[in-house]
Design a protein around this ligand. Structure first.
Ligand code: 5GP
Ligand code: ZN
Length: 143
């Protein structure tokens, strides 16, 4: 299937590339929330966070930390968001896994979702449900 980020990696599509190594590519988002908004991708195609192998996640996290620091310093941001959208419902539009690095300035933060409150006891119910799956899938975590 055609993938715009694979095309950027293969230089079949243009992008403003800011960093590259054997495994990672970072380039500017074409429709930034703030100028300098950067995307960090593994060169290999994985659909989303859940399908990226551990060694790739380690490299991506390391590269994203490095590039976030560089973006913040070079463009004098006050802060930044590291975001990953996974699935249509979460706003994912390109199904090649990526981290967003979004530079932020004091008072420009407009991504505040409406927050919910738990009803009495329901936080415990959610906790129990999630923990029951953790015990079921713990082997995956422990490798
Ligand atoms: P998602 O919505 O999947 O979390 O993020 C995809 C991001 O890729 C969007 O912010 C979008 O602006 C960016 N994007 C989509 N197509 C292109 C493109 O052709 N070039 C670049 N540089 N960014 C793109
Ligand atoms: Zn791809």
């Amino acid at each position: 299937m055609e993938c715009i980020f694979c095309n950027i990696k293969d230089r079949k599509a243009e992008a403003e590339i800011i960093f590259e190594d054997e495994h990672i590519l970072a380039f500017l988002d074409i429709q930034p929330i703030n100028y300098g908004h950067t995307l960090v991708i593994p060169k290999k195609h994985y659909d989303n966070f859940l399908t990226v192998p551990k060694d790739e996640i380690d490299r991506l996290t390391h590269a994203t930390q490095f590039i976030a620091g560089i973006v913040k310093r070079s463009l004098n941001a006050d802060g930044f968001n590291i975001i990953s959208n996974n699935g249509h419902s979460a706003g994912q539009s390109v199904f090649h896994f990526h981290f967003h690095i979004i530079r932020r300035f004091n008072n420009d933060f407009s991504l505040r979702p409406a927050l919910k409150n738990y009803n009495a006891g329901s936080m415990k119910d959610y906790g129990e449900k999630i923990r029951s799956f953790i015990s079921k899938y713990e082997d995956i975590y422990n490798g």
